[in-house]
Design a protein around this ligand. Structure first.
Ligand code: NDP
Length: 287
C-alpha cells in the first residue's frame, strides 16, 4: 500500500512557493501579505493559526496576526475586515473558524473581498468553482486534489464516493472531482447522514474520501479491495489526533491511503500559502 505523504508533499509545495516569492518580492517591491484573524482562545484554533503563521514565515509571506478577545462584537469584527479589505499590503484574509458563539461567521466570510478570500469560502468563489472558472478553491479539498495529482492517481472514469457534504470540504470536493480533467472526470456519489446503507455506497468506491468528523468511522469492511482512501478527518481523542478512517484495518485493503496526522492537514496549509501567493500575483500584476 502506498502511504500518501501529505507532510512531504506539502514541504515540496512550500519550497516551490518560497522560490517564487523570493523572485517576485524584489521585483514588485513588497512580499505577499496574509492577515490571520483569530477570535477567542480555542486551543485547537490557536495551534492551526500558529502552524499557518509558521508556514508564512517559511515561504516569505508577511503574516499580519489579529488576535481578538472572545468578547469581540460583530461590529468590531466587521470593522477589522473592512480595514483589511482596504489595506494594500494585505493580499489574503483568513478568519479562523469556528468563531465564538454570538458572532455570525457567514456574514463575516461574505464581507471578505472575493479577491482576498484565500480560504475560498466566499459564495462568489464557490460559484466560480461550481462553474469551473478560475478563483480561490477551498484549501482542504484543493489539498486533496493536489495530493492525488502529485502521486499521479488519476480519478478519470473512476467512481468517487465522498462522505460528508460540508461547504468547506465534502461539497466542494465533489465538485472538483466532477470537473473535466485527468484529476476530475469521476462519477461522484456524495454521501451524508441521511444516506441509506452507507457501507454499501462506500464499497462501490474506487476513490473513497472521508470528511465526517467521527473517529475511525470508516472500517475495512466499507472499503473495496485496491481502493484509494483519503482521510480528511481530524479528531482529537485523548490528546491524540485520529482520522475518520480506521487506518490500521484499512491498510491491508486499500492500494493507497493518507495518514492522520501527516495527510490532508499539511496539504490544507500548503494550499492556503498557494492561494495567498496567487492573490498577491493578481494584486501586483505579476504574470
Ligand atoms: P461537518 O461537521 O461540517 O460535516 C460533516 C459531514 O459528515 C456532514 O455532511 C454530515 O452529514 C456527515 N456525517 C456526519 N455523520 C455521518 C454519518 N453517520 N454518516 C454519514 N455522514 C455523516 O464537518 P467538516 O466537513 O467541517 O469536517 C469533517 C472532518 O474533516 C472533521 O474531522 C474536521 O476536523 C476535518 N477537517 C480537516 C481539515 C484538514 O485540514 N485536514 C480541514 C477541515 C475539516 P449531514 O450534512 O447530513 O449532517
Amino acid at each position: 500500500m502506498i502511504v500518501l505523504d501529505g507532510k512531504a508533499t506539502a514541504q515540496s509545495i512550500r519550497t516551490e512557493l518560497k522560490a517564487e516569492v523570493a523572485e517576485l518580492t524584489p521585483k514588485f517591491g513588497r512580499a505577499p501579505g496574509l492577515a490571520v484573524i483569530l477570535v477567542g482562545d480555542d486551543p485547537a484554533s490557536q495551534v492551526y493559526v500558529r502552524n499557518k503563521e509558521r508556514a508564512c514565515t517559511e515561504v516569505g509571506i508577511n503574516s499580519f496576526p489579529h488576535r481578538l478577545p472572545a468578547e469581540t462584537t460583530q461590529q468590531e469584527l466587521e470593522a477589522l475586515i473592512d480595514q483589511l479589505n482596504a489595506d494594500v499590503n494585505v493580499d489574503g484574509i483568513l478568519l479562523q473558524l469556528p468563531v465564538p458563539k454570538g458572532l455570525d461567521s457567514r456574514r463575516c466570510l461574505e464581507q471578505i473581498r472575493p479577491d482576498k478570500d484565500v480560504d475560498g469560502f466566499h459564495p462568489a468563489n464557490m460559484g466560480r468553482l461550481a462553474q469551473g472558472l478560475p478563483g480561490f478553491a477551498p484549501c482542504t479539498p484543493a489539498g486533496v486534489m493536489e495530493l492525488l495529482r502529485r502521486y499521479d492517481l488519476s480519478t478519470q472514469g473512476k467512481h468517487a464516493v465522498v462522505v460528508g457534504r460540508s461547504n468547506i470540504v465534502g461539497r466542494p470536493l465533489s465538485i472538483m472531482l466532477s470537473q473535466p480533467g485527468r484529476f476530475g472526470d469521476a462519477t461522484v456519489t456524495l454521501c451524508h447522514s441521511r444516506t441509506p446503507d452507507l457501507p454499501e455506497q462506500c464499497r462501490q468506491a474506487d476513490f473513497l474520501f472521508a470528511a465526517i468528523g467521527k473517529p475511525k468511522f470508516i472500517t475495512c469492511d466499507m472499503v473495496k479491495k485496491g481502493a484509494v482512501v483519503v482521510d480528511v478527518g481530524i479528531n482529537r481523542v485523548d490528546d491524540c489526533l485520529m482520522g475518520d478512517c480506521d487506518y490500521e484495518c484499512i491498510v491491508d485493503t486499500a492500494s493507497a491511503m493518507t495518514p492522520v496526522p501527516g495527510g490532508i492537514g499539511p496539504m490544507t496549509i500548503a494550499m492556503l500559502m498557494k492561494n495567498s501567493v496567487l492573490a498577491y500575483k493578481d494584486h501586483v500584476g505579476a504574470k
